[in-house]
Unconditional design. Structure first.
Length: 168
Protein backbone atom coordinates (compact mmCIF):
# COMPACT_ATOMS: atom_id res chain seq x y z
CA UNK A 1 0.00 0.00 0.00
CA UNK A 2 1.32 3.37 -0.84
CA UNK A 3 1.61 6.28 1.49
CA UNK A 4 -0.95 8.24 -0.52
CA UNK A 5 -3.50 5.47 -0.10
CA UNK A 6 -2.93 5.37 3.66
CA UNK A 7 -3.48 9.12 3.94
CA UNK A 8 -6.70 8.95 1.98
CA UNK A 9 -8.03 5.93 3.86
CA UNK A 10 -7.64 7.57 7.28
CA UNK A 11 -9.87 10.56 7.66
CA UNK A 12 -10.58 11.99 11.04
CA UNK A 13 -13.92 13.47 11.90
CA UNK A 14 -13.95 17.26 12.21
CA UNK A 15 -13.81 18.07 15.92
CA UNK A 16 -15.71 21.05 17.21
CA UNK A 17 -13.59 23.18 19.54
CA UNK A 18 -14.43 26.15 21.81
CA UNK A 19 -17.67 27.24 23.46
CA UNK A 20 -20.92 28.40 22.00
CA UNK A 21 -22.17 31.91 22.65
CA UNK A 22 -24.92 30.61 24.95
CA UNK A 23 -22.41 28.66 27.08
CA UNK A 24 -20.25 31.76 27.47
CA UNK A 25 -23.23 33.95 28.43
CA UNK A 26 -24.43 31.45 31.05
CA UNK A 27 -20.92 31.17 32.53
CA UNK A 28 -20.51 34.96 32.71
CA UNK A 29 -23.95 35.32 34.34
CA UNK A 30 -23.14 32.74 37.01
CA UNK A 31 -19.80 34.43 37.73
CA UNK A 32 -21.52 37.82 38.01
CA UNK A 33 -23.97 36.40 40.57
CA UNK A 34 -21.09 34.97 42.65
CA UNK A 35 -19.24 38.28 42.55
CA UNK A 36 -22.34 40.24 43.61
CA UNK A 37 -22.98 37.93 46.56
CA UNK A 38 -19.37 38.01 47.73
CA UNK A 39 -19.15 41.82 47.49
CA UNK A 40 -22.35 42.19 49.53
CA UNK A 41 -21.07 39.78 52.17
CA UNK A 42 -17.70 41.51 52.38
CA UNK A 43 -19.42 44.90 52.86
CA UNK A 44 -21.45 43.49 55.75
CA UNK A 45 -18.33 42.02 57.33
CA UNK A 46 -16.41 45.27 56.85
CA UNK A 47 -19.17 47.26 58.58
CA UNK A 48 -19.20 44.87 61.54
CA UNK A 49 -15.41 44.92 61.69
CA UNK A 50 -15.30 48.74 61.61
CA UNK A 51 -17.98 48.98 64.31
CA UNK A 52 -15.99 46.56 66.49
CA UNK A 53 -12.85 48.69 66.04
CA UNK A 54 -14.79 51.78 67.21
CA UNK A 55 -16.18 49.90 70.22
CA UNK A 56 -12.71 48.64 71.10
CA UNK A 57 -11.30 52.16 70.77
CA UNK A 58 -13.93 53.68 73.09
CA UNK A 59 -13.73 50.93 75.71
CA UNK A 60 -9.92 50.97 75.68
CA UNK A 61 -9.97 54.74 76.21
CA UNK A 62 -12.42 54.32 79.10
CA UNK A 63 -10.04 51.83 80.73
CA UNK A 64 -7.07 54.12 80.07
CA UNK A 65 -8.72 57.20 81.57
CA UNK A 66 -9.90 55.23 84.62
CA UNK A 67 -6.38 53.91 85.29
CA UNK A 68 -4.78 57.32 84.62
CA UNK A 69 -7.17 58.98 87.10
CA UNK A 70 -6.09 56.48 89.74
CA UNK A 71 -2.37 56.72 88.89
CA UNK A 72 -2.32 60.53 88.83
CA UNK A 73 -4.76 60.90 91.71
CA UNK A 74 -6.63 63.42 89.55
CA UNK A 75 -10.08 63.89 88.05
CA UNK A 76 -10.14 62.93 84.36
CA UNK A 77 -13.12 63.41 82.05
CA UNK A 78 -14.19 62.09 78.66
CA UNK A 79 -16.64 64.49 76.98
CA UNK A 80 -18.66 62.93 74.15
CA UNK A 81 -20.08 64.95 71.27
CA UNK A 82 -22.70 63.13 69.20
CA UNK A 83 -22.93 66.16 66.88
CA UNK A 84 -19.21 66.08 66.06
CA UNK A 85 -18.98 62.28 66.28
CA UNK A 86 -16.04 62.59 68.66
CA UNK A 87 -14.91 62.69 72.26
CA UNK A 88 -12.32 64.73 74.14
CA UNK A 89 -10.16 64.21 77.22
CA UNK A 90 -9.80 66.66 80.08
CA UNK A 91 -7.84 66.71 83.31
CA UNK A 92 -8.78 68.48 86.51
CA UNK A 93 -11.99 69.05 88.46
CA UNK A 94 -15.07 70.67 86.93
CA UNK A 95 -13.98 74.19 87.89
CA UNK A 96 -10.39 73.92 86.62
CA UNK A 97 -10.20 71.69 83.51
CA UNK A 98 -7.59 71.56 80.80
CA UNK A 99 -7.33 69.42 77.68
CA UNK A 100 -5.23 66.27 77.98
CA UNK A 101 -2.91 66.33 74.99
CA UNK A 102 -0.93 63.18 75.77
CA UNK A 103 -3.67 60.60 75.21
CA UNK A 104 -2.41 57.94 72.75
CA UNK A 105 -4.20 57.96 69.41
CA UNK A 106 -5.84 61.33 69.96
CA UNK A 107 -5.34 64.50 67.98
CA UNK A 108 -4.61 67.13 70.65
CA UNK A 109 -6.88 65.35 73.11
CA UNK A 110 -9.70 64.66 70.63
CA UNK A 111 -10.69 61.31 69.10
CA UNK A 112 -12.87 61.89 66.04
CA UNK A 113 -14.86 59.36 64.05
CA UNK A 114 -15.67 61.95 61.36
CA UNK A 115 -12.93 60.95 58.95
CA UNK A 116 -10.70 58.06 58.09
CA UNK A 117 -11.57 54.42 58.57
CA UNK A 118 -14.15 55.11 61.31
CA UNK A 119 -16.07 57.74 59.30
CA UNK A 120 -18.98 55.32 58.83
CA UNK A 121 -19.40 54.95 62.61
CA UNK A 122 -21.91 57.15 64.42
CA UNK A 123 -21.70 58.02 68.10
CA UNK A 124 -25.48 58.34 68.36
CA UNK A 125 -25.61 59.47 71.98
CA UNK A 126 -23.75 59.44 75.28
CA UNK A 127 -25.66 59.94 78.51
CA UNK A 128 -24.19 59.97 82.00
CA UNK A 129 -26.76 61.29 84.49
CA UNK A 130 -28.19 63.78 81.97
CA UNK A 131 -24.70 64.78 80.79
CA UNK A 132 -22.36 63.75 77.98
CA UNK A 133 -19.39 63.63 80.37
CA UNK A 134 -17.89 60.44 81.74
CA UNK A 135 -15.84 61.58 84.73
CA UNK A 136 -13.38 59.50 86.73
CA UNK A 137 -12.50 60.71 90.20
CA UNK A 138 -9.00 60.53 91.76
CA UNK A 139 -9.45 56.98 93.05
CA UNK A 140 -10.49 55.73 89.60
CA UNK A 141 -14.18 55.44 90.43
CA UNK A 142 -16.75 57.00 88.12
CA UNK A 143 -18.81 60.02 89.15
CA UNK A 144 -21.88 58.74 87.30
CA UNK A 145 -22.37 55.70 85.10
CA UNK A 146 -24.34 55.75 81.88
CA UNK A 147 -24.48 54.60 78.27
CA UNK A 148 -22.88 55.29 74.91
CA UNK A 149 -24.95 54.34 71.85
CA UNK A 150 -23.07 53.47 68.66
CA UNK A 151 -24.84 53.32 65.26
CA UNK A 152 -28.24 53.15 66.99
CA UNK A 153 -27.53 49.47 67.59
CA UNK A 154 -24.72 48.85 70.08
CA UNK A 155 -24.79 50.14 73.65
CA UNK A 156 -21.72 50.48 75.83
CA UNK A 157 -22.87 50.63 79.44
CA UNK A 158 -20.55 52.11 82.06
CA UNK A 159 -21.36 50.98 85.61
CA UNK A 160 -21.82 53.39 88.48
CA UNK A 161 -18.95 53.57 91.00
CA UNK A 162 -16.61 51.05 89.29
CA UNK A 163 -16.55 52.46 85.78
CA UNK A 164 -16.50 48.97 84.32
CA UNK A 165 -18.12 48.74 80.93
CA UNK A 166 -20.16 46.13 79.09
CA UNK A 167 -21.30 45.95 75.48
CA UNK A 168 -24.89 45.00 74.66
Amino acid sequence: MSIQKLKNSYTSPVAQSGFTLIELLITITILAIFVAVSVTQSDLRTNRFTRQIAIDRITTDIDLVRSMAFARHDTLTMVFSANNNSYSFFTGPDTDRSVMLEVPGSDNGIVSFSSGMLATIDITSATFNSSSELQFLPLGNVKSGGTILIDNSVTITVADHTGRWSVN
